[in-house]
Design a protein around this ligand. Structure first.
Ligand code: SF4
Length: 323
């Protein structure tokens, strides 16, 4: 095994049981994060990004089913970890920042109580040492008046401050991997940039691994080393950020990037015709085929194997298999 690999997701298949049947969401997802590497995951809403992230931490809702696959963290299969090992992993190694800071913080406890609970459990510290660690984390997250924040309930803080608290919690101690799932989606437009700048600054300074899930394609392009493109539960293209953004090869990636508003020109994007498929009965073969302008017969039968089109840049599309 490559010792530099922090996280490796292999052939992950995940579905959800519902009263009308099983929705087959992820189909063979794979993803690798090296130590200190910053990864972006992009794709439309409903493409399976959040399901992938929740599977990594084993926090899927109770009807979620991991049907197949492996998720290795420094060589240990997370899916086979005992409950105590999993808690240890979540407390000390991997943390996740969610879209909605309001639901991520228990409204019945003051911020200080929430932080002390996590710190004392994770690091076995005295109350005063734990408090100092919590205040430092709040200061690092650029929260003005950390003592007041420490003594506040979540509802007494603005949305931006609550998300900063979540960032502080995620970066406590010596975390090795931070998963940020659309961390600015629910914030006012005026503070989105501030929170994102803070997060990217802290991730760079601490040299931790980072998975940045976002539909803000410009922010992804600026802030990650490699990017994965997801469509309907599959990774369909991945590679070094600049290669994927400047030379998108998969028809879906091309359409997705065309949707980014341009500062020059008069043409508006037409968007991508059709919609993400129904996961109860997803399309056979390439799941993008009902929306693809280049669909061929073979696309409806078998899922295309990925092809390396330039160094480190892979595409799963039959157009490139034919070369
Ligand atoms: Fe389109 Fe076929 Fe490529 Fe899928 S495999 S994106 S349907 S050309």
């Amino acid at each position: 095994m490559d010792k530099d690999i922090l996280l490796e997701v292999k052939n992950l298949h995940v579905g959800y049981k519902t009263h009308i049947g099983i929705s087959h969401v992820l189909k063979g997802v794979h993803l690798t994060v090296h130590k200190g590497e910053r990864i972006g995951v992009i794709g439309e809403s409903g493409s399976g990004k959040t399901t992938t992230m929740k599977s990594i931490l084993r926090i899927l809702p109770s009807n979620g089913m991991i049907k197949e696959g492996e998720i290795f963290y420094q060589g240990e299969n997370i899916l086979e970890m005992k409950y105590e090992e999993l808690l240890e992993l979540r407390r000390k190694k991997i943390s996740m920042i969610f879209q909605d800071p309001t639901s991520a913080l228990n409204p019945l406890f003051k911020i200080g109580q929430l932080m002390l609970d996590i710190i004392k459990h994770s690091y076995n510290l005295e109350e005063s040492e734990a408090k100092e660690m919590a205040l430092k984390a709040l200061r690092d997250a650029a929260l003005p008046d950390p003592e007041r924040v420490f003594d506040s309930y979540p509802f007494q803080l603005s949305g931006g401050m609550r998300q900063r608290v979540c960032i502080a919690l995620a970066l406590i101690g010596d975390r090795e991997l931070i998963i940020a799932d659309e961390p600015t989606t629910n914030l006012d437009v005026t503070i989105k940039a501030q929170v994102l700048n803070l997060l990217t600054k802290l991730v760079r300074e601490r040299n931790v691994g980072w998975i940045f899930v976002s539909q803000a394609l410009g922010a992804v392009r600026e802030n990650v080393d490699r990017v994965y493109v997801m469509y309907a539960g599959n990774i369909i293209e991945w590679g070094p950020t600049e290669k994927v953004f400047s030379n998108p090869m998969h028809p879906y990636t091309q359409k997705l990037l065309e949707c980014v508003p341009k500062l020059t020109g008069t043409e508006f994007s037409k968007g991508i015709r059709g919609r993400i498929p129904n996961y109860f009965n997803p399309p056979s073969g390439c799941r993008f085929h009902p929306r693809c302008d280049f669909v061929m017969d073979e696309c409806k039968k078998t899922f295309p194997e990925p092809v390396e089109v330039e160094t480190g840049h892979f595409v799963a599309c039959n157009l490139y298999r034919r070369r």
